[in-house]
Design a binder for this molecule. Structure first.
Ligand SMILES: [Zn+2]
Length: 76
């Protein structure tokens, strides 16, 4: 009798490290894809279980962020 319902997916830490290595190698976005405004970058630091550290710039569009803020205010 086959056992069902006890599946677990184990993600090896190497794949996470590979993902962050790939992200680190990507060129920075300089312009917002939505509105073309020059993006700000906020550095975010990530740690893996294996003890590796990555600091990646997270792009942030001040224009789109402001629009979302205004939309929320109007909605209220
Ligand atoms: Zn934008």
């Amino acid at each position: 009798m086959a056992k069902n319902g006890s599946q677990s997916i184990i993600v090896p830490s190497e794949s996470v490290e590979g993902l962050f290595d790939a992200l680190s190698a990507l060129p920075r976005l300089t312009r917002c894809r939505k509105c073309g405004t020059e993006l700000l970058h906020v550095d975010a630091t990530f740690f893996s279980n294996g003890g590796k550290v990555w600091t990646l710039p997270l792009p942030f569009c001040s224009n789109c962020a402001r629009k979302e803020h205004v939309a929320r205010n109007v909605h209220d």
